[in-house]
Write a protein that binds this ligand. Sequence first.
Ligand code: FAD
Length: 513
Amino acid sequence: RKRLILILGDQLDEDASALTDFDPAHDTVWMAEVLEESTHIPSSKQRTTVFLSAMRHFAEHLQARGWPLMYSQLDDANNTGTLAGELSKAIAQLKPQRLVMTAPGDWRVLQSLRAVAQQHDLPLEIKDDTHFFSTVRDFAAHAKDRKQLRLEYFYRELRQKNGILMEGKKPIGGQWNFDADNRGSFGKQGPGLLPAPTRVAPDTITQDVMRLVNDKLAHHPGSITQFGWPVTRAQALVALDEFITHRLPSFGLYQDAMWEGEVWLYHSHLSCALNLKLLNPREVLAAAEAAFHKGHAPLEAVEGFVRQILGWREYVRGIYWTQMPDYAEGNAQQAHEALPEFYWTGDTDMACLRDAITQTLQHGYAHHIQRLMVTGLYALLLGVEPKQVHQWYLGVYVDAVEWVELPNTLGMSQFADGGLMASKPYVASGKYIDRMSNHCKGCRFNPAESTGDTACPFTTLYWDYLGRHADMLAKNPRMLMQLKNLNRLTPEQREAIATQAQTHRAQQKAPQA
Ligand code: FAD
């Protein structure tokens, strides 16, 4: 029995299900760097570097174990540029009897690998991914017969099933949700001295990849002059330990807060390591729970962290695999504007957007509220076509794999699935950003104004959005308060807002000077 075991760039764990019964006498691992994975959307230099460097480190690890490996490098002279092309070549060379893989994270990749197996008349065995607490079947069973999907119920089920932060059948602390305690800002005085993030100096493998990326993908978004992501499991474990020790205790309180020029704050920065499978979410949550039991971190911080990983991360994966491929086409609000050019440069005078986009292009990272309530909110209010927003998010972040990026972007952030994922559109005016950050202090726009020269575009576009979608929103009880406020505006005010919003939209389309 000669098997070819396919390992993709986001499956870099020797304990992956595809490798459980690996037999070096008969089996070969196949890995391939291909240009298509960086060009089907414009993948940023940070993102491509993370993937290729982590793949090369993992390949080195497998070779050190003496496991047979077929590995295509991006700059191999005969690289076909696609996963399908490289796999076909490997099959022709090795003539395996069977292909085995762990379920991939991208619908497009699954289709293309399945097609290759079919062309070669080979069985392709797809194993469950054990880097999740739930299976897609669990999610489908949960979703069946429910009129509405909500994170909260799925999350509670998973807490119970996995005994995480539980006291028998009850949640520790007597409540499931500490969201209300997790919305602090840094106030006027700012965050003060912040713990340093874990940054890893590029070794020779990473430096080689950086040269390759700068050479082959010179025109791709962002820069890698500052590259510091963990690219091995050992480095990721250090990052986990430093998060638990230095940042988890304040993670909850400041989960939604932003501060000009402060990229890392109290977040974990573990999404990339988790999504590449350098870390298993079980060990991550075990470490967080242990910190609570030792009295090192308060319950609201630990519950907030658990909710993100056991709740949202599992939930969005279920949505993705039960809804694809139609999900990617969603455009419930008929939004057709182009993504403004400044998303690729950060060159805008809206301070919050400039800050979030600049750090994104520099590091391939922004935290959740920056993604949801700055870059995402602006695109939603402007009315950008969801597919363009999706391509941007999938391209720029180091943690972007479609199963997690697409539902977050299309569903949670752009409401393009019409409310399947989120119970209401996440919309707010510039005042929200003012409350959660200090961006507005140095900005030429005023979040309290919706018309006039210094009106904050977020505020103008917010009222304009409510006005444009009032009929759809009126069906949603959770939007009633916001609509009530809209109705307090005089017809003249509404007219002036609509005109200003139109002018702003037109300005975004004009070619940049
Ligand atoms: P922390 O704030 O430290 O949170 C801890 C962990 O919880 C994260 O590492 C992540 O694994 C998980 N998590 C938190 N929120 C979510 C969520 N909404 N969905 C799934 N997992 C979550 N996350 C990605 O991993 N990849 C993406 O491509 C991605 N795209 C996003 C696009 C948009 C428009 C939005 C609004 C969110 C997106 N997220 C994505 C979710 C979230 O913003 C990131 O997981 C988080 O910012 C990563 O930083 P961190 O590791 O410091 O997270």
